[in-house]
Design a protein around this ligand. Sequence first.
Ligand code: 13P
Length: 402
Amino acid sequence: MPLVNMQDMLTHAYDNAYAVGSFNILSLDFLEGVLRAAERVRAPVILGLSEPHFDHYDIAALLPAVESAAKRAEVPVAIHFDHGSSIEPVQRAIALGCNGVMIDASHAPLEENLKTTRQVVEMAHACGVPVEAELGYVPEADEGGADLLSFTTVDQARGFIKHTGADFLAVSIGTVHGHLKGKPRLDYQRLRHINDALGIPLVIHGGSGLSDDQYHRLITGGVAKINYHTALSERAAKTIRSHGKSVQDYAGLMEGVREAIATEAEQCMRNWGSAGRAAEVISRCRGWSTAVQLTQFNVEMAAVDDMQMVLARGRRLLGAIPGVREVSTGHTTADGARHRFFWQVTLNHVDAAEAYLRHPNYRDFSHRLLAGISSDKQALLYQSLGSLPSEGATSAEAANWG
Ligand code: 13P
C-alpha cells in the first residue's frame, strides 16, 4: 500500500496547504536517506528519477530498487519521472514502474510544448498515470540563470491546461535549477493569479536555496510539490569531502552520506508541512498496484514448431503497448492440466487495461497470431492486491547474503 496514486497525494497536499518534497534519487544512498527522513517524520514523499541524470545511472537498473523500497516504506510514496524529454522516455519510465511523470517541453515554442504535452497526457492517462507539465522556462543557474527565465503567464497557463489536460503545472515565477547568485526574487502575485485561474496543484522546480518564508509563501500560493536536488547533492558531497584524504576506500568515503541526506530532506519535510501527514494520506489515497492479464491455452501438435516464433513476435508487439511492464510465457509440468501453456502480461495499473485491449498490437497478436496456433484459450485480467518481498527476502540474514 505505501506506493500510492500521485494524483491523490498531491490533491491532498493542495487541499490542505502543504507541499510534498520530490527528491531526485541518484543512488541507493539517496534512496535510503530520503526514505529514512520520510519515515522519521511520517511524511508522504516523492522519489524522482530525472532524465537529465541518466549519465549517472541506468534507470532500468535503479528503478526496481526504488520500487521495492517504496513498497516496503511505512509512509506513502510516489515514483515520479522528472524532466521527460519526449513521449518515448516517458512511456519507458511508466513501463519501468513510475506512477507519475513529467513531460518538459518548456524550452520549445509554445505550439510544440502544447502538442508534445497533449500527446504525453493522452498516453499516460490511458495508463492511469498523472502528468506534470511545464510552461514558461525554469533555467539552470549555470546556463545563464535569471537572465534566461521566461515567466509563466496566467492566460497561457489557462489555455495550456485546458488544451493538454495536464494534472499538475510546473510554473516559472523566479526560481532556477541550482544556485542563483543572490537571493531569488519570486513573483507571488503571478503565482496567486495562476492558482486562481487553474485550481490544480502547482509545482516548483529549483527548490534549493530558498528561505523558510519563501517556501511558506509558495505553498500558500498553491504549490503542492517542491523539487529539491542541488542542496541534497551538495550536502552528500560535503560529507564525502569531510572524510579527508586519510580515508581511501569507497565504503569509508560514503560513511554518513545517507544520514546527511536524511537530515537535509527531513528539514524540508518539516518546513513544507508534509511532516506528520503520512497516516492521513494513506487513508485518503488510492494505493497503486499492477494488473495482470493471464491467458491460458493449448497448442495443436501441428503448430508446436511455430509457437516460439509466435511468442517472440508477441513479446515485441505487446511490449510496445503503453503500460505493458512485462511479458512472460511458460508451460505447466502437471499431467492432465486443462491448459498446458500460459501467456502473462503485466500492466502498470488496472486502468491501462482498456487501452491495452483496444490497441492494434494486442488485436494483431491475440486475435490473429495466437488464435492461429492455439485452442481452448482463456484470458482473464487480474488486479494485483499488492506484492511484497517475502519475510525471508527482507530479513537481516537474507540481506547479508550478497
Ligand atoms: P534544485 O536542484 O535547484 O533543487 O532543483 C531541482 C529540480 O527542480 C529538479 O527537477
